[in-house]
Design a protein around this ligand. Structure first.
Ligand code: GTR
Length: 404
């Protein structure tokens, strides 16, 4: 064969070559671990189980089963939140022997009988999501910062994260918002897996790290949402920023009740391909956050480019349910291009289902969102954060995908 013809063939058949990016060993999505090709949906569903097991054993750790049902109590309710546009409920969920409840803060759009919803953890407690003065300050362990000392949350942080939670825009679009503090489920420090929900299950049996614990917590919240008659539980989008974006992806990959999965600037261990070794590496994340993943994951320190699995496979586990990945152009630590490429590669599995993924292996320009298929993407100008612009894209994509 003439050399130029070979080039043409390569260009036509290889949607994206990763050789130039330290990714020559990147596992192919549509191949069983034996190397046999996955060509049908049935075969993919089988391969999915292999991949799930690999992520459990090598990266996130094995979770206990999510309890059936839910124990809860509505602790406060008002129909006149957000200038009368929303109802607001505080609901406590109880778990086995956990000594404190998971405290849900829920806003419902008034006038919508059963609302589609966004569900996501917040970083600092429900009192930081809003400036409303009647949301209690969390009593759980908080990370120290220039306001918080001795890991004790304070009223001075009220509204601190309000820019990340544009409640009014969400309500105006007809969505409910459900949030809770991730520290209610598991405190974000290396405590030998003793505190939070880790303490409720034997370690010998369940190797789950904190990301898997947070994701498990979201599934328990979903048990509640299925019982809440103001929520359309078939239209719940799980959303998270940064470490909580890793959690959203894990939750979407493991619990099929999440109808849409949204990863905002999730980076290493989230949407970004590890093989590229750009931004945060596996060693860097394991060193700083040894509790996020299972012990086995440490064996991949400095082996980012030779792992038997990578993050495009995690995204693909969400298929055929829609998924959205978002980056920010100044967020080099999260490797925006790596986030884009793994979302792009996951499209192969969506195509197997007759759905569309991202069209091109080239990243779109800043503020040129792609919302046409089952894999959504945008890159925003600015730093590592979740902003009104990001939420506007999620609202638009969810409105389309949920056919609202
Ligand atoms: C960083 C961490 C990232 C990301 C981020 C966050 O320090 O390296 O993986 O999760 O924290 O959650 O804000």
């Amino acid at each position: 064969m003439q050399v130029h013809k070979l080039y043409v063939l390569l260009i036509v058949f290889l949607p994206f070559t990763v050789e130039s990016q330290n990714c020559s060993g990147l596992p192919e999505l549509l191949k069983f671990n034996t190397g046999n090709a996955v060509t049908t949906i049935k075969a993919w569903e089988k391969h999915k189980k292999e991949l799930k097991k690999q992520f459990d054993e090598e990266m996130f750790g094995t979770q206990p089963p999510v309890p059936k049902g839910v124990r809860y109590k509505v602790v406060h309710e008002t129909a006149t939140a957000i200038g009368g546009k929303a109802s607001r409920k505080r609901v406590n969920l109880y778990l086995n022997n956990l000594d404190h409840p998971l405290e849900l803060l829920i806003y419902y759009p008034n006038g919508v009988k059963k609302a589609p919803a966004f569900l996501g953890y917040n970083f600092w407690g429900n009192h930081t999501v809003t400036f409303e003065t009647d949301i209690p300050v969390t009593a759980q362990w908080s990370r120290n910062n220039n306001i918080i000392q001795d890991h004790k949350a304070t009223d001075k942080m009220r509204g601190f994260s309000a820019s990340r939670w544009p409640v009014e825009a969400i309500i105006d679009a007809g969505f409910a918002l459900v949030t809770l503090y991730h520290g209610d489920v598991d405190p974000d420090f290396d405590d030998g897996f003793m505190n939070g929900v880790h303490g409720l299950y034997p370690r010998e049996k369940y190797s789950w790290g904190t990301i898997a614990a947070w994701s498990w917590g979201l599934s328990y919240v979903m048990n509640y949402l299925e019982k809440d008659n103001r929520i359309d539980a078939k239209k719940v989008a799980v959303v998270g920023h940064s470490r909580l974006g890793k959690v959203a992806l894990h939750a979407g990959a493991t619990d099929e009740r999440f109808a849409l999965t949204i990863s905002n600037n999730s980076g290493c261990g989230g949407a970004a391909l590890s093989c590229r070794k750009k931004g945060e590496t596996i060693k860097a994340i394991n060193d700083r956050f040894p509790h996020w993943f299972t012990a086995n994951f440490k064996k991949y320190n400095e082996k980012d480019d030779s792992m038997p699995f990578d993050q495009h496979q995690l995204i693909a586990l969400v298929a055929p349910r829609p998924v959205y990945v978002a980056s920010a152009d100044l967020d080099a630590w999260a490797d925006p291009e790596g986030e884009y490429l793994s979302a792009f590669l996951a499209g192969e599995v969506y195509r197997l289902y007759g759905l569309n993924g991202l069209k091109s292996d080239k990243m779109p320009a800043v503020h040129a969102p792609f919302h046409e298929g089952s894999v959504g993407y945008h890159i925003r100008a600015g730093k590592h954060d979740i902003t009104l612009y990001d939420w506007q894209q999620y609202i638009a994509f969810a409105t389309k995908r949920f056919c609202l």
